[in-house]
Every structure is written in C-alpha cells, then in structure tokens.
Design a protein around this ligand. Structure first.
Ligand SMILES: *Cc1c(COP(=O)(O)O)cnc(C)c1O
Length: 397
C-alpha cells in the first residue's frame, strides 16, 4: 500500500491556501492568553463563562483523580460507571429539565452515535444547511434519507416534510440551537410546530447555547421559550470548561440510547477528572446568574462598539459575533493586523464557511474586562469595514 498520494493531497491543500498551522499557547485558556510568547486578548475561545481557571472546578477535578483515579478503565455498561458519571447525568437532566441524560466522551461522539440509533434506512432527516459537522456525519452514518433546508428557512423545511414525510417511517428535524459560525439562533418555535404537525422528532444540538442562554442557562430552547424539544444535545467542552457530550430527554430516550448508541456502548467511560470538572461547573453556573449577565453585557457592548466603528454586525443575544470580511486572504490579513496589536480574533474561512463569506469570529467571555473590549475596539479602528454584510451562500458539505 503506497501513501505517495499524500504528497499530492498536501500540495493541493497548500496551493488552495488552506494549509492550517497550530500555534500552541503557553498559558491557560482565559480572557487573556500567551501565544507565541506574546500576551494577547483572547476572542478565540468557546469558554464563554470563563470557568477554565476557576479554583473550585480545578479542586473538584483534583479530588476526583484522588478518589477515582485517572481513567475510567472500561465502557459504561461494563465496569466503567462510577457514582460521578451518574451524578453528572442527573445534573444535566436537572439543567435541561428532562427526565434523564446520557453522557458521552464528546459532543462529536454523541451526535455520531445518536443519529444512527434514532434513524436508519426508510427514515427521513430534515437538516439545516449550516448544521455542525458532527450532525452531518451522524446523518451520513445513519443511512436515513437526508434532506437539507436553507439556513433557518422553516417554509422550506415544511415543504420537504409535506412531500416526503408520508413515505418515511420516522422523521427527525435536526438543527443547531445557537449556530457557532454565525452566532444566530434556530427558529425553534416554528420547528417545534412543524415537528408536531408532521409527527417528527425535534433534535437540537445546543453545544454553544448550553450554559450561556436562558434564565437558568439551560440554553437556546429556554431563551426562546420552546418547551417541546425531544432530543437535547450539548457539550461540556464550551461554557462548562471541561469535555464530554450529552443527550438529555425522556427516560425512554435515554434508556434506549444506553442500549443502542454505539459511541456510548463501545467507548470507554469518560475519565473522572473531566466528569468532576463538568459537574462542578454546572453547579457553579447554576448558582451564579451574574456570570450569564456579565456575558450578556460584554457581548452587547462589543457588538454596539463594532457597529459604532461601521462594521455590519447584527444586534443579538449571543457571545458568538461574526465580523464579515468576504475574501479569505482579506480575513487572514485582518486577523494578522489585530494580532500585531495584541488582539486575537480568529479568521474563519472555507471549508469551515462557504466561499466568499470569510469572517473574523469574536467569541466574547464573561470574564473579559472593559479594558479587554476597549483594546479590541481600538485595534478594529485600524481596519476598514466592508460596505455590506456577508453574502449568503449555501454550504457544500
Ligand atoms: C463544538 C460542537 C460540537 C462538538 O462538541 P465536542 O464536545 O467539542 O466534541 C458539536 N456540535 C456543535 C454545534 C458544536 O459547536
């Protein structure tokens, strides 16, 4: 077996200007980080609540290593489950106000295992075009018939369901809650009505919204006042400063997934330290509504500051702020210019977003201080905003 083709593939990546390098940080994740030996204000992290450095969470992780060891040692259904796993599942169910929850090793693995468990040949998945890669891959693994609707276009989703629902056994309406590249919210109310009308399952991946949106931090559905989500998916790796993914829902759904989701059944249980860290973070966030209030204040202040400088940035409630640029080389230049001024706002370009819609994406944290936002805004003052917002183009994958 020859791997010679790899040289050509790599050359093609370089030629398309899509070569990616990893620049390691020399400090903990936080509102300010050290990167390539320089202190920069960090707008590149999904650690929205800024809990990565929180002493209570670190202590919980350390204590878990002492009590439970460093690794879980087996899959959940064999010898891998300890009391911490179950306590975390109860805490997630409490947060999402569901009967139960199932823990996975990552959000990616949750979607990869759960979609094929719920749908197969003869079933229909109706999926938003901007859904996360893990949902796209879960759809592919499921072998269900997958129909994509234009982003947030509920009329298009309705047309697909009207035409195809009768021929299919089960149907799933699949969407991100808070879209991670655009920072907007799914029209969950209308999607829930569609699900009811067409006897479909509403499956919401709220990796970005969980811990961030809603009165209690339950996420996008709580923020929008939508009570009838059937499958709540989320991650512990963003606002909750740890790692692991989950599904929350009815007792029957969770019992079923513990038997049929292959990434649950055939993977070693999550290690004690991140489980304990996530549990501590969920409990801490539940008792600290001021963290979410600070995050709201920061994101709204940053959005209006950018608008004041002439950037076509929408008003919104989310800490994910796309700043439109357009061509990918222009986005790269803008990122470099900000970086030179000590402000790190990553450029997002194809294939992550459609061609011609490259952008800077600022992720605001609850722990950014006013001086961090001011530093960023004065760096943005040295760039020239585009005349219009991002053109919308369909995502190819
Ligand atoms: C980050 C993310 C995931 C993957 O979660 P991990 O826990 O990082 O694997 C899944 N879906 C969406 C929408 C995400 O943003």
């Amino acid at each position: 077996m020859s791997l010679e083709f790899l040289a050509d593939e790599l050359e093609a990546i370089r030629a398309a200007n899509r070569w990616r390098t990893q620049k390691p940080m020399q400090s903990m994740q936080g509102p300010r980080v050290t990167r390539e030996g320089r202190r920069v204000v960090n707008f590149a992290s999904n650690a929205y609540l800024g809990l990565q450095a929180h002493p209570d969470i670190q202590v919980a992780a350390q204590a878990a290593v002492r009590s439970w060891g460093t690794g879980a040692g087996a899959s959940r259904l064999l010898a891998g489950t300890n009391e911490l796993h179950q306590e975390l599942e109860r805490a997630i169910a409490h947060l999402k106000r569901t009967e139960d929850a199932v823990l996975f090793s990552s959000g990616y693995l949750a979607n990869l295992g759960v979609l094929p468990a719920l749908a197969g040949k003869g079933d229909l998945i109706v999926s938003d075009e901007l859904n996360h890669a893990s949902l796209i891959d879960g759809c592919r693994l499921s072998r269900a018939s997958v129909r994509i609707f234009p982003h947030a276009d509920t009329a298009a989703a309705a047309r697909i369901l009207e035409a195809e629902r009768p021929r299919n056994r089960r149907a799933i309406i699949l969407t991100d809650g808070l879209f991670g590249m655009d920072g907007d919210l799914a029209p969950l109310g209308e999607l829930a009505r569609l699900a009811k009308r067409h006897d479909a399952i509403l499956y919401v991946d709220d990796a970005h919204g969980t811990g961030v949106l809603g009165e209690t931090g339950a996420g996008t559905a709580e923020h929008l006042g939508v009570g009838d989500v059937d499958v709540h998916m989320g991650t512990l790796s963003k606002a909750f400063a740890s790692e692991g993914g989950f599904i929350a829902g009815s007792q029957e759904l969770c019992d079923f997934l513990r038997h049929r989701a292959r990434s649950f059944v055939f993977s070693t249980a999550p290690a004690p330290a991140p489980v304990a860290a996530a549990l501590a973070a969920i409990n801490l966030a539940a008792n600290r509504p001021e963290l979410r209030a600070r995050l709201q204040e920061n994101q709204s202040r940053f959005r209006s500051g950018l608008r004041g400088l002439g950037w076509p940035v929408a008003e919104g409630v989310t800490p994910v702020i796309p700043i439109p640029i357009g061509p990918s080389d222009a986005a790269m230049r803008a990122m470099t210019k900000l970086e030179e001024q000590g402000v790190w706002v990553p450029a997002i370009r194809p294939p992550t977003v459609p061609e011609g819609t490259s952008r800077l994406r600022a992720s605001v944290m609850a722990t950014h201080e006013p001086r961090d936002l001011e530093a960023a805004l004065s760096a943005f003052q040295t760039l020239t905003p585009p005349k219009e917002g991002l053109p919308s183009a369909p995502l190819s994958s």
